[in-house]
Write a protein of this length. Structure first.
Length: 237
């Protein structure tokens, strides 16, 4: 019998990579940071909160068999890949790259004087070795209406970018002060407070950078703090 669980992970306790151009906090094992007990939650295997300095970024590098979703919080991020896609990602623009059988891409901060802050998330696909692909969609109008909005979905949500994983949905919300939403009911839920603060039923207060990993926890309420909150919530099998 599945035991309901809520596991809170604080921002200060996460792995951190700091270089001259990058400040990155990792929710799971990533790069040189490895903990065999912390490699994923459900189908989510990467959730990195990155700040990239002006005029720098991730030069061309490869990926394979991964669904990669990027969500910008502040500033702009320039994407280029070997399939010919090129775009500027800004707050409220959902972006997905299917690495498939293999793709090379770069992610650079095009600004000369402003950092870019974004969260990048990787989900395992339900099919491997497919053709690489790319999609982006501005969902600011949906976010402005309040509540939780599907950002990326393998379940066919109309407003969301599509991912090749039928058991995963990424929900996002720019919650106003004291706004309350219900967390999706799924076997595995990863709730990340990207900005602001919130209170999660059964777990208490969450600040910016904190995460809660829910396992068979039902659908608890989440209430934004006095300054509101921007949240990213994955539901997966």
């Amino acid at each position: 019998m599945d035991v309901p669980r809520i596991d809170v992970r604080r921002a200060a306790d996460r792995f951190r990579t700091r270089t001259g151009w990058l400040d990155s906090r990792h929710s799971f094992s990533f790069g040189p940071h490895h903990d065999p007990t912390n490699t994923h939650h459900g189908l989510l295997v990467v959730s990195n909160d990155d700040v990239v300095r002006a005029g720098t970024g991730f030069t061309t590098h490869p990926h394979q068999d991964m669904e990669i979703v990027t969500w910008v919080l502040d500033g702009e991020l320039e994407h280029k890949d070997t399939t010919g896609h090129h775009g500027i990602i800004y707050p409220g623009l959902a972006q997905r790259m299917t690495a498939g059988r293999g793709i090379w891409h770069s992610e650079m901060n095009p600004s000369a004087d402003r950092d870019v802050h974004f969260v990048q998330m990787w989900v395992l696909p339900d099919r491997e070795a497919v053709d690489p692909s790319y999609e982006q969609r501005d969902i600011n109008p949906q976010l402005d209406r309040g509540g939780l909005v599907p950002i990326a979905s393998g379940k066919g949500h109309d407003a969301a970018i599509a991912i090749r994983q039928q058991h995963a949905v990424l929900w996002g919300g720019r919650l106003q002060a004291d706004e309350t939403v219900m967390v999706p009911d799924a076997p595995n839920v990863h709730l990340y407070v990207a900005r602001g603060s919130a209170t999660l039923e059964g777990a208490g207060a969450l600040d910016a950078g904190d995460a809660a990993r829910l396992t068979h926890a039902g659908s608890p309420w989440l209430r934004a703090g006095p300054d509101g909150a921007e949240v990213l919530i994955w539901e997966t099998a």
